[in-house]
Design a protein around this ligand. Structure first.
Ligand SMILES: [Zn+2]
Length: 269
């Protein structure tokens, strides 16, 4: 491989601004390519094995655990680790929603747009427009995702007969998690949820607006045109196990061909 690099400095989309100061998360992290041994366990598709792979590729020490990095920072890191290990071109398959035929979508990992966070203070102090409550707004971190999942499971068990729209419930909990401080106190997820449910709907809409407006990270989607029916559709760059595998051509001179399993009667010996 000609374009292999030994290491590379990756600028985090969060610029390290969203982590507690004592964790000293830098604005950029140096990574190196992964080796075959780092692939072990990766194809079980578990998140912890992807985190281990990233950890093995980080040059120098980090105080923060990889699993505690915001998902957009982690995605940026493993996109670059993939690019410097297997090359920047990555092909995915997309099924056309109109004609249902499959086609290939190419990504150049050296040219992915990224939104970088630009803030003066974190968590971000805001005043809710209707209630005039002063709160601090922030991003949902991996440990909070886990808390949301646990709380949803707990509620499901608590109210087994209740109609349960998991997606809607998730969206409320997610929004509650963006409330980092109420009157300068750090509340539990449950009290944030109680606070949110009592807010005027305008305040809830405002929080949803902030979530959708200040999302940082790589732009992992693009418009593509189906080569079969010319319909336009959106393709998403998903980080799956495939992301860590290359596609190859069989070397010249090697072939296999289909046939019926061969046998022929012989004279008695
Ligand atoms: Zn099509």
């Amino acid at each position: 491989m000609n374009d292999t690099v030994l290491s590379e400095e990756v600028f985090l989309p969060s610029k390290g601004l969203i982590y507690p100061k004592e964790l000293e998360v830098p604005k950029s992290i140096v990574v190196c390519p992964f080796k075959t041994k780092d692939l072990m366990g990766l194809f079980s598709n578990s998140e912890s094995s992807i985190n281990t792979l990233i950890k093995n590729c980080i040059v120098g020490d980090l105080k923060i655990n990889i699993k505690d990095l915001h998902i957009e920072d982690r995605t940026a890191l493993f996109t670059r680790i993939r690019a410097i290990t297997l090359g920047s071109y990555y092909n995915t398959k997309r099924e056309c929603p109109t004609c249902h035929k499959t086609f290939e979508v190419s990504w150049d990992l050296n040219n992915i747009e990224c939104e970088y966070l630009d803030i003066d203070e974190y968590p971000i102090p805001i005043t809710l427009p209707a209630s005039q409550n002063n709160i601090s707004f922030g991003f949902v971190m991996p440990n909070e995702y886990e808390e949301i999942k646990d709380l949803i499971e707990k509620r499901k068990k608590q109210f087994p007969d209740k109609e349960f729209d998991e997606e809607e419930e998730f969206s409320f909990y997610y929004t509650a998690c963006t409330i980092k401080r109420i009157d300068n106190i750090i509340p539990s997820l449950e009290s944030r949820l109680e606070f949110l449910l009592e807010l005027p709907p305008e305040d809830f809409s405002y929080l949803r607006f902030l979530i959708n407006s200040i999302n940082f990270g790589m732009n992992n989607r693009k418009y593509v045109t189906c080569p079969h029916c010319k319909a336009e559709t959106i393709s998403v760059l998903a980080i799956t196990e495939q992301f860590f595998r290359n596609t190859y051509e069989i070397p010249a001179g090697i072939r296999v061909h289909k046939g019926i399993l061969g046998c022929a009667p012989t004279k008695n010996v």
